[in-house]
Write a protein that binds this ligand. Structure first.
Ligand SMILES: Cc1cc2nc3c(=O)[nH]c(=O)nc-3n(C[C@H](O)[C@H](O)[C@H](O)COP(=O)(O)OP(=O)(O)OC[C@H]3O[C@@H](n4cnc5c(N)ncnc54)[C@H](O)[C@@H]3O)c2cc1C
Length: 442
């Protein structure tokens, strides 16, 4: 009988369990998670914070569902991996032996590196425990400061606004998320935030957290502005949790390096999800994502391979990353390579983000906009390499398909480049035509 150990009960770890079980009904599976809540929707935390869903809705499975998978759960922290003797040591003096091991430890928020950042009232949003702590503290908070960029910073801003907290949002540069969004897209988001009563401070860098009796009472920016606040929410980027891998001698760069079978450089040790740095065919480099979909797909392939012999291994092929998310209440789809340069508000990527998006495409950009509805296309000679769709989402699905499948768009290339071209019309018309040619239902 095989012994499988999985560290991390996020979507990658949990999907790996399902995948192993389908292939090997009798193997012994041990699932280690330091989070007592078990498996839940991490992206759903934003909606929990903004009071749009209850905590119960974060959990897609009951205890009974998990029990039927025949897995032994350990609420413990994995302390070290001993590859020579194939063992994992856990807190509480537990030890688990493995034939196959999966590291699915995800990523964590990068801490702020300024004086006072250890004070009570400095919060981040990684897990359910963090969301609960924010909600507890928001009850006695009148004014908060948010720093950082990307999706998580806005989720913190909006979660706090929904709890009637006055929010100051500090941006180091002159616009929001400036290596993914273009200036017009950023302005649309900022305008909406201001309409919600958020005070945005441009060119503002945090210098120090002011505290009293160990609690935050304010912040001071590097140019001397003092803002009183009882809460400071930080979203300056994430870092894959590679510490176990590093100590075990597993090859890492920014994340754990894996081959196309999601195997690390050590025998029978696999990695998947936010912690894994995976080869990206679009750029020819190994990239990080912090996206639910790829983490789930990687978990599925890793689990399958863990329960297979090497000659049966399935390759994982990284698809063009995309996210359909909400920015300041505006549904936004981001697909492929859309990069705009540097982002001073983020160290690395954020949650719901991808390194692939930040590649600077050497192609033409075309856009059309109408009030809050906007589409930007990154146009190669024969194919679209990226797109951002804001507001009206009727183009989201066709563009996901056209970009992810690398569909030849040379027949509409010239039309898309015409000044004032009706991009939406051209894309929809081509998409319907393409579907008909390919024999798909529209
Ligand atoms: C607020 C928020 C918003 C997000 N929004 C989006 C979005 O809009 N779209 C999108 O696609 N994705 C989004 N994401 C990202 C998405 O949730 C992640 O990509 C996904 O959860 C990664 O899954 P994972 O299994 O790799 O890691 P995780 O879900 O992070 O799970 C890893 C688990 O391992 C545990 N662990 C780590 N080290 C140890 C150890 N040593 N011992 C025991 N346990 C350990 C951790 O505590 C954690 O429970 C968001 C995430 C957050 C937090």
């Amino acid at each position: 009988m095989m012994h499988y150990v999985i560290i991390g009960m996020g979507v990658a770890g949990f999907t790996a369990v399902e995948s192993i079980r389908r292939r090997d009904p009798h193997g012994e599976i041990h699932l280690v998670s330091e989070e007592p809540e078990g498996y839940y929707s991490r992206p759903g935390l934003a909606y929990y914070l903004s009071d749009e869903i209850t905590e119960k809705l974060l959990f897609p499975f009951t205890h009974k569902d998990i029990h039927t998978l025949g897995v032994t759960q350990h609420v413990a922290r994995a302390l070290c991996i001993l590859p020579e003797i194939r063992r994992v040591e856990l807190s509480g003096q537990m030890r688990l032996s493995y034939d196959r091991l999966l590291i699915a430890t995800g990523a964590e928020a990068r801490p702020l590196d300024i004086p006072g950042s250890e004070a009570e009232g400095v919060v981040k949003l990684d897990c359910l425990g963090d969301a609960r702590a924010i909600l507890r503290q928001a009850r006695r908070t009148k004014q908060a400061v948010v720093v950082g960029g990307g999706i998580t910073a806005l989720e913190l801003v909006e979660g706090l606004r929904a709890r009637r907290v006055k929010v100051h949002y500090l941006l180091r540069g002159e616009r929001y998320w400036n290596n993914v969004l273009d200036p017009i897209e950023a302005r649309i988001i900022e305008k909406r935030l201001k309409e919600e009563g958020v005070q945005i401070h441009y060119h503002s860098e945090l210098g120090e957290v002011i505290q009293k009796n160990g609690r935050v009472v304010g912040v001071r920016t590097k140019d001397g502005l003092k803002i009183d606040c009882e809460l400071l929410a930080v979203a300056v980027g994430i870092q894959p949790r590679i510490e176990l891998a590093v100590a075990a001698g597993i090859a890492v760069e920014r994340g754990i390096l894996v081959n196309e079978y999601l195997r690390t450089n050590l025998p029978d040790i696999f990695a998947a999800g936010d912690v894994a740095q995976v080869y990206d065919p679009a750029s020819g480099k190994a990239m990080l994502d912090s996206l639910w979909g790829p983490a789930r797909e990687q978990g599925a392939v890793a689990g399958l391979n863990m329960a297979s012999s090497p000659e049966e291994f399935q390759p994982y092929s990284k698809k063009v990353p995309f996210n359909v998310t909400r920015l300041a209440g505006l549904t936004t789809t981001i697909i492929g390579t859309v990069g705009q340069g540097r982002d001073d508000d983020l160290l690395g990527i954020a949650r719901g983000d991808s390194e692939t998006w930040r590649q600077l495409p050497d192609v033409l950009a075309v856009q059309s906009d109408f009030e809050v509805n906007r589409v930007r296309l990154l146009l190669g000679e024969r194919r679209l390499v990226g797109a951002v769709v804001m507001g009206d989402q009727k183009l989201s699905h066709p563009l996901q398909h056209l970009i992810r499948q690398g569909v030849d768009i040379s027949p509409i290339h010239e039309r898309l480049l015409q000044p004032g071209a009706p991009l939406a019309e051209i894309i929809i018309e081509y998409w319907l035509d393409y579907q008909q040619r390919e024999g798909h239902a529209a």
